[in-house]
Ligand binder design. Structure first.
Ligand code: PDD
Length: 284
């Protein structure tokens, strides 16, 4: 069955959706995106994603394609039209179509595209009960990783490197310290303290990260926002990643070394449960 997608004001069958070949998202990766989870047909942390989208647009002097209220209505309509119970809504805004030039065009209209991805079982425990293995890779991305741009070639290469090494993902390392996962934020747990890199231009401020750290503090868990190394991760009691599409996902191996018992740990399990329960209750 074909999905219905949203393109610049219209809901159309995916095979009918069209974007200009001059779109700067296509020619120059001049665009930003958000991925919002759907659970029980409702949006998880829509507000958080809308706020980060606005920030990404501002940092790039890019115009907003529509208001936050309109965006929410489009998300909801797509979820309904495509009958999504568990899955994702992908949103992308680009600077629009203009004759190819490095300078930003002054008269382009932003392009807005949204589509859904059904992911039955996303909130289930199958993947989280197994956990994932990560390798270390050099973080050679650009210096503004706090902006959620569509430049995802290096993260794609990292997934391929991980796959070739028999792992699931890569943790990126810069100046000896882990920045984040290729498409998630990275954490370790040592003696009960949850450690994750502080925010800055070097990482994306994950919407899931923000909620998980808030819940951890509310549950009286110790949280330290600081850099850590791969060696520290390998010697940790537990490790995990967070993102909209994985929630809290245990990491059982870091660059060939088992973490803790080599099985998903209790802190990640507890945080995943709290996150899912709290976010479902607040879903819109
Ligand atoms: N990725 N860091 C990077 C580099 C990411 O690409 C992502 C999200 C995150 C976690 O952010 P959030 O918790 O807001 O999802 C951190 C999305 C899911 C993706 O590209 O599919």
């Amino acid at each position: 069955m074909e999905r219905t997608v949203y393109v610049n004001g219209e809901y159309v069958a995916e095979s009918e959706a069209k974007i200009s070949i001059f779109d700067r998202g296509f020619l120059m990766a001049d665009g930003v995106y958000e991925v919002t989870t759907v659970l029980g047909g409702k949006l998880i942390d829509f507000d958080g994603h809308a706020v980060r989208l606005e920030r990404s647009l501002n940092e790039l002097d890019m115009a907003a394609a529509c208001t936050k209220e309109e965006l929410l209505a489009i998300h909801r309509k797509l979820v309904e039209l495509n009958n999504i119970d568990e899955g994702l809504v992908y949103l992308q805004v680009t600077r629009g179509a203009a004759d190819r030039d490095f300078a930003y065009p002054t008269d382009a209209t932003p392009t807005l595209v949204l589509f859904t991805q059904a992911k039955p079982g996303l909130s289930g425990t199958a993947a989280a009960d197994k956990g994932i293995k990560v390798i270390a890779a050099d973080d050679i991305r650009w210096g503004r990783r706090d902006i959620k741009t569509v430049q995802l070639l290096y993260p794609s290469m990292c997934k391929m490197m991980a796959k070739a090494a028999g792992a699931d993902d890569a943790w990126l390392v810069e100046d000896g310290f882990v920045t984040e996962g290729s498409s998630n934020n990275a954490y370790i747990v040592k003696d009960g303290t949850i450690i994750t890199r502080h925010l800055g231009n070097e990482i994306l401020a994950g919407i899931t990260r923000s909620a998980v750290l808030r819940f951890a503090k509310e549950a009286q868990m110790q949280v330290e926002e600081r850099s850590f190394t791969i060696a520290e991760a390998q010697a940790a009691d537990e490790a995990f990643v967070t993102s909209a599409s994985t929630f809290v996902m245990p990491v059982i191996e870091v660059d060939g070394a088992a973490v803790g018992t080599g099985k998903p740990g209790p802190v990640a399990k507890r945080l995943r449960e709290i996150y899912l329960e709290e976010m479902r209750a607040k879903a819109v």
